[in-house]
Design a binder for this molecule. Structure first.
Ligand code: FAD
Length: 430
């Protein structure tokens, strides 16, 4: 008997028990095979909600998400660089609620009771569930950097959740004088989107190069190495010579304090950097609802069964996306969506008394180094009893020296936009 089938049997059994239990749940709804509640309408949650309905329209799916439209972090670096507008990265739930029959509750989930299997919202509603999918993304760890709280983020935006923070940083870049320094403070692992800060550096560099060429970028990093590092650094040398200074942990790159009133960043060993614009990307943890529901560990991330993404803390709750501990998988939108599709399939199979397939996940992270210069990293993952691992030899990164480099980088830039269009259409589109 393999680890997968043992897990599946338990999965099905606990679902049937849950279905019986939920007869006493608070919210009364039209008869359905089973009720699934999804918390969070981002990459993980929106995918799960839609694909649950595609898998089996007999399952009632309630998506709890306060926003009426979702602005994606993918693409937000292009807004900062002036390549895209906010409207280009904004998506609605119209297709999901209209065509796919997902019930969208515009409210914030504030409590989960794993015993009675109910979710309570800020607006005072309660929803019973047979299965709960939790995909609330990340929260900022306010105070992890001394002086960095919500008020400080209005002066030194993190822009790590797309929306007003993205707009604010773009406005600051537009307003800064030519010759100013733009600093980024970059966290240690794990954090949302490992290549994200370096794509951001690239996009800001592209903007400065074309509009404020005497300016500089100071990238202050809490790590000594980063995702796609040689590819990024090759691109910076080719496209933005002398514009970017990257300071690793080993050279006192870690920022431990900010003084927003003086626009100053203070390093671990006391260096003070006074800058024109400061993009502080702080340490993060799982979204509040996941932590409040007791789904997270001491580090603030949620341990899950690698085969089902079912919480290791509470039965019948699946935590996916950035909030989960997904082994070798990065905290990316692609990964969250890949996990969500499998979890939707596994939940539907379980409801219908069918065996689940062995999970295989995928991720590709495209990054633009320049408007016409794309790079990528791709991987395939499988579940083992020890966790989720990358399949050796099944992925890879862009070559450093392809035979026709300009054509290669151009094509990867085209694919970058192609991935975004197809991914967002698959999730929020028809
Ligand atoms: C600058 C940047 C660039 C990126 N680029 C890429 C890229 O190119 N490719 C890629 O694959 N990934 C990229 N990412 C990463 C990607 O954005 C995240 O990994 C992805 O959004 C994670 O999906 P999620 O479902 O976990 O969280 P999210 O997509 O953030 O969704 C969480 C949702 O949950 C809702 N929510 C939170 N709490 C509650 C609650 N209590 N009740 C109800 N709703 C709640 C929120 O409102 C939000 O809508 C990037 C990230 C950044 C910051």
């Amino acid at each position: 008997m393999t680890r997968i089938s043992i897990s599946r049997r338990g999965f099905t059994g606990s679902l049937l028990a849950a279905t019986a239990l939920s007869a006493c749940a608070v919210q009364s709804e039209a008869p359905a095979k089973a009720r699934v509640v999804v918390i969070g309408g981002g990459f993980g949650g929106a995918t799960a909600a839609k694909f649950l309905r595609l898998e089996d329209p007999g399952i009632s799916v309630t998506l709890i998400e306060p926003k009426s439209e979702f602005q994606t972090c993918p693409g937000s670096n292009y807004v900062l660089g002036g390549l895209k507008r906010m409207s280009d990265i904004t998506h609605t739930y119209a297709a999901m609620t209209g065509r796919h029959g997902v019930r969208h509750v515009r409210d914030m989930a504030v409590a989960v009771d794993p015993v009675t299997r109910t979710v309570r919202t800020a607006g005072g509603q309660s929803f019973g569930y047979d299965r709960l999918v939790v995909s609330p993304g990340i929260d900022i760890r306010w105070g992890a950097i001394n002086g960095y709280d919500e008020a400080a983020s209005l002066r030194m935006p993190h822009s790590w959740q797309a929306g007003p923070q993205t707009v604010l940083l773009r406005q600051q870049l537009e307003a800064m004088p030519d010759g100013g320094v733009v600093a980024l403070s970059i966290p240690a692992n794990p954090f949302r989107c490992p290549p994200g800060p370096y794509e951001r550096i690239s996009m800001i560099a592209n903007y400065l190069k074309t509009t404020k060429p005497r300016s500089k970028i100071l990238a202050l990093d809490s790590k000594d190495a980063f995702s796609k590092q040689p590819l990024f650094q090759d691109g910076w040398a080719a496209l933005y010579p002398g514009l970017i200074e990257w300071v690793p942990l080993g050279k006192d790159g870690k920022i431990v304090e900010v003084v927003p009133g003086e626009m100053t960043l203070v390093s671990e060993f006391g260096q003070k950097h006074k800058v024109a614009v400061a993009n502080v990307i702080p340490p993060q943890f799982a979204g509040k609802i996941a932590r409040d529901a007791g789904l997270a560990n001491e580090q603030g991330w949620c341990p899950v069964d690698p085969f089902t993404f079912e919480s290791q803390r509470h039965k019948a709750i699946h935590v996916i996306g950035d909030a989960s501990i997904a082994g070798a998988m990065p905290k990316s939108g692609f990964a969250a969506s890949s996990q969500a599709k499998f979890v939707a399939r596994a939940i539907a199979a379980s409801i219908n008394g069918q065996p689940a397939e062995a999970p295989v996940y995928a991720n590709t992270c495209y990054s633009l180094v320049g408007p016409d210069y794309g790079i990528s990293v791709a991987d395939i993952y499988r579940s083992t009893a020890q966790g989720i691992v990358a399949v050796q030899g099944a992925g890879g990164v862009s070559p450093r020296t392809p035979p026709d480099a300009p054509a290669h980088r151009h094509l990867e830039a085209v694919y970058t936009h192609g991935w975004y269009a197809s991914a967002t259409r698959e999730i929020w589109g028809s």
